[in-house]
Design a protein around this ligand. Structure first.
Ligand SMILES: Cc1cc2nc3c(=O)[nH]c(=O)nc-3n(C[C@H](O)[C@H](O)[C@H](O)COP(=O)(O)OP(=O)(O)OC[C@H]3O[C@@H](n4cnc5c(N)ncnc54)[C@H](O)[C@@H]3O)c2cc1C
Length: 230
């Protein structure tokens, strides 16, 4: 579906990282892990590709009236990011979705390993919030990877979930994930787990290749590439 969604809040959630929360249409619903396409009506005079971006929904489907998404900013950011970080609260954005199949499996007995590159943690936050709220028995191990601790998005929320939900465990990694690190993460339990990877395309591709090299079956790999990030 497609609808106009006013921005209800916006805040900095980590170094160079902003969260925007919009009010969704009353008929909107989504699955944890899905994304939306967000178009800025005020940029209608710009070339089409500059007017929209895709964002994974960071909030939980238990609260479908709220669409939270987060993204990195930079000093030389696109007109899109400039507008969305400076426009008044209440500005309406055009939201299309939900989209995507990067969602929790139906089978609750398979353990899951989530690998998040930077802001790629957003679909996983939605999934672990939803799994926690619904008291899912699924075992979920989340690995966050950031270039520095101050870039770790939603880390306080994630630590709180991991501290209180025995089904969710967390490894916070600083720096690039390499084959040695992955080898240590591949245990008897995770060998046959479903592995989910989200983040910049190059990171997703590299980790997927390394996991396959370490013996994880391609059928057990799911990924979401945040196309647009180098
Ligand atoms: C399924 C999905 C989910 C995503 N979720 C998030 C998220 O939760 N948080 C987040 O920060 N980013 C997410 N992204 C990436 C996001 O859509 C932006 O591309 C990214 O934030 C960079 O935008 P920018 O304006 O800073 O980059 P720019 O520097 O303006 O973009 C670089 C170039 O890439 C082009 N481009 C941007 N997006 C795409 C695209 N999807 N496909 C092809 N070309 C593109 C632009 O037109 C521009 O020419 C997601 C992407 C996808 C496909």
């Amino acid at each position: 579906m497609q609808f106009l969604a006013p921005i209800v809040s916006r805040k900095i959630i980590a170094n160079n990282t902003v969260e925007v929360v919009c009010k969704a249409h009353s008929a909107f619903s989504f699955k944890a892990g899905q994304y939306v396409t967000v178009t800025i009506p005020a940029l209608s005079d710009r070339p089409i590709r500059e007017r929209f971006r895709d964002f994974s929904i960071a909030s939980s489907p238990s609260e479908p009236s709220k669409i939270a998404f987060s993204f990195r900013t930079s000093p030389h950011q696109s007109p899109y990011k400039h507008y969305i970080t400076t426009c008044p609260i209440g500005t309406e954005l055009e939201v299309e979705g939900p989209k995507g199949v990067f969602t929790l499996p139906d089978n609750l007995t398979t353990p899951l390993v989530f690998i998040a590159g930077g802001v790629g943690v957003t679909p996983f936050l939605s999934m672990i919030c939803f799994a926690t709220e619904t008291q899912s028995p699924q075992q979920i191990h989340l690995i966050t990877s950031n270039s520095s601790p101050d870039r770790a998005v939603y880390i306080e929320e994630i630590r709180t979930i991991a501290d209180n939900n025995p089904h969710v465990t967390l490894t916070e990694h600083i720096g690039r994930i390499d084959a040695n690190f992955l080898r240590e993460e591949i245990t008897l339990t995770t060998k046959n787990a479903l592995w989910y990877i989200a983040g910049p395309p190059a990171m997703v591709h590299t980790i997927q290749t390394m996991l396959e090299h370490e013996g994880i079956h391609p059928a057990n790999l799911r990924s979401e590439s945040f196309t647009g990030y180098a």
